[in-house]
Design a protein around this ligand. Structure first.
Ligand SMILES: [Zn+2]
Length: 301
């Protein structure tokens, strides 16, 4: 049952992933991401030669390999974005519920026989949606150097829903499990209260980025990044947002430094920040506890 459910979720993710490709490829910065369906509608065609695609050229992941990454008509190379985004969306749908069950010690067997408490499904759905938004943000920011307001707002609302659920069921969760660094969160918090820690995350995470914009006169960090920091602050709470911010600056520094060093970019060139920020968040979510344990083991703690 578990394997079948995961497989079906993966397939559903693949299909949604090809829809994400359509949205992000047709997206223009002036529109809303959830633009009117006219732009989305219409038959799919090759962007080089306008050749209308048949059903077997539209199968997620499969078609790309079957066509060896080229258009059947004009032989123009297809963007690697297609299979990559399809695969990532499939992995989000199959992998996130498994990860959430693992993190919170929920049983996969109970979960996938649909007899778990309702809120376990809500937590999984919220995190699947959050990772889909992360994926869309990274693609759009890489292409257009912009984070659509609709995505930041959706992320903030999902963050609020997540905190509300955690707050409601906190007595049934293991202690400190509202933080991805688990009991290490104790060292950074004065009070153990889910609502307070996420409110602090919102204010501290966001205001830090507001100051950053003021100090740098808006160069480097944009207003979209500030809004993202507020949204991530609610979602992650304190002190997770602190760790995510630090990691994103380390990752950003290393990667932009590498690009400058190898002459691929100039120092003053614009760099999209959302991919680094989201990479930092992913590290905290998946490895936060391990990172903290590793860090403190250096000091023999
Ligand atoms: Zn073509």
């Amino acid at each position: 049952m578990v394997v079948v459910s995961i497989f079906l979720l993966f397939i559903f993710g693949l299909l949604l992933g090809s829809f994400f490709n359509v949205i992000t490829i047709r997206y223009k910065p002036d529109d809303s991401v959830f633009m009117d369906l006219k732009t989305i509608g219409g038959r799919s065609h090759c962007i080089s030669c306008s050749h209308q695609l048949r059903w077997f050229e539209l199968l997620p992941l499969v078609s790309f390999f079957f066509l060896r990454g080229r258009c059947r008509n004009c032989k123009q190379k297809l963007s690697l974005q297609y299979p990559l985004v399809e695969f990532l969306t499939g992995s989000i749908f199959a992998g996130i519920p498994l990860f959430i069950n693992y993190f919170f010690h929920f049983s996969n067997t109970v979960f996938f026989s649909f007899t778990a408490p309702w809120w376990q499904y809500v937590i999984s759905i919220i995190w699947v949606l959050i990772f889909c938004i992360f994926l869309l943000m990274v693609i759009v920011d890489l292409k257009h150097f912009i984070i659509p307001n609709g995505l930041n707002l959706s992320l903030g609302i999902l963050g609020l829903c997540y905190v509300a659920i955690l707050y409601t069921v906190q007595d049934t969760l293991p202690l400190f499990y509202d933080s991805f660094i688990r009991h290490y969160a104790m060292m950074f918090s004065f009070v153990q209260n889910i609502a307070i820690s996420h409110a602090v995350g919102f204010f501290v995470g966001g205001i830090f980025f507001v100051l950053l914009v003021l100090i740098t006169f808006g160069r480097g960090i944009g207003i979209g990044d500030v809004k993202l920091a507020f949204a991530l602050g609610i979602l992650l709470g304190w002190p997770d947002i602190l760790l995510a911010t630090m990691l994103s600056f380390i990752i950003g520094g290393i990667i932009s430094g590498g690009f400058v060093l190898f002459g691929k970019k100039h120092l003053k060139e614009r760099v999209p920040f959302a991919p680094f920020f989201i990479a930092g968040v992913c590290l905290v979510v998946f490895f936060g506890h391990t990172i903290m344990r590793g860090y403190f083991s250096i000091f023999g703690l």
